[in-house]
Ligand binder design. Structure first.
Ligand SMILES: C[S@@+](CC[C@H](N)C(=O)[O-])C[C@H]1O[C@@H](n2cnc3c(N)ncnc32)[C@H](O)[C@@H]1O
Length: 275
């Protein structure tokens, strides 16, 4: 793709969807865009944008395609086991009610997995704040509805949790009303919107993999600041946060990083007597 063509697409997408391509890895994005144009049957980007410009359903479809919404409950099961066995008990030891954020939550499997674990560990009546955000409005509608999820997206949910917190209807799964009510969903663009603060746990998995290294680093720094001291950032199974110490984070175990706050113990030295 010619650089001018990419710039043109970048400009049009920002105008129509608010998605800023300059933050995404370009080679990967170019491949995806080329495939999308070919599938649309249009001969050029100019024609493509002319036809979709006033068609909100088409714009939503393009937005959904660009943001890649693949997700599932208890994704990377062993990491969720670690969350259940080690991370959550330690956080709950510090405070009985947790404040958690699933950033880039897609259609909800991630915040609902959290809600299921917390309901199971602390009982259904303990109130925790669980926020699920995404840039894509279409996925948020599905998330707020609590389903339906195809069998492959719930396959990793342990049987004892599945029978208690999911219900099945015509081979499609829904979270129970009780779990559905535990998550608040909101539209939020990680690249432009302000972050809330004082989270005990931030889950941001398989979202920043599409961003440039620079954008990724800025985001990790902002996530760190959005955690309360001692709070934990949970990233994707293949993601590694680099320069953790510079960011004020500490690797606890694969995929889990804790916010550390080094308190300065250096005191001003008294000046020598008579000086
Ligand atoms: C591959 S899904 C990951 C879903 C879930 N976190 C998981 O790991 O299963 C990536 C999600 O990130 C969202 N996303 C992409 N860019 C975003 C942005 N700038 N702000 C917020 N969400 C974004 C997409 O809409 C998509 O739902």
């Amino acid at each position: 793709m010619e650089p001018w063509e990419y710039s043109y697409i970048q400009r049009k997408l920002l105008e129509l969807t608010g998605i800023d391509l300059s933050c995404y890895k370009s080679a990967q994005m170019e491949r995806r865009l080329t495939a999308y144009l070919a599938r649309s049957g249009q001969s050029s980007w100019l024609r493509f944008f002319r036809t979709i410009e006033r068609n909100s359903a088409e714009i939503a479809r393009l937005e959904e395609f660009l943001t890649i919404n693949v997700s599932s409950f208890f994704r990377d099961f062993e990491r969720y086991e670690h969350l259940r066995m080690a991370i959550l008990p330690a956080l709950l030891h510090d405070r009985p009610s947790l404040r958690a954020w699933s950033a880039g939550c897609s259609r909800g499997p991630e915040p609902y997995s959290l809600a299921i674990l917390l309901a199971d560990m602390t009982g259904p009546y303990r109130r925790h704040q669980i926020l699920g955000t995404d840039i894509d409005r279409a996925v948020l509608d599905a998330a707020a509805a609590g389903g339906p999820y195809p069998p492959n997206e719930v396959a990793a949910v342990p049987e004892e949790l599945r029978s208690q917190y999911l219900r099945v209807e015509h081979d499609r799964y829904w979270v129970t009303r009780q779990i559905q009510q535990k998550v608040i969903f909101r539209r939020h663009n990680l690249l432009t919107d302000p972050f809330e603060s004082a989270f005990d746990l931030i889950v941001c998995r398989n979202v920043v993999i599409y961003f440039t290294a620079e954008v990724k680093n800025q985001l990790y720094r902002r996530f760190r600041d959005a955690l309360r001291p001692g709070g934990v950032l949970f990233v994707g199974g293949t993601e590694v946060v680099s320069s953790v110490a510079d960011l004020g984070l500490q690797l606890v175990s694969p995929s889990f990083y804790r916010r550390v706050d080094i308190l300065s113990t250096a005191r001003p030295q008294p000046s020598p007597a008579g000086a």
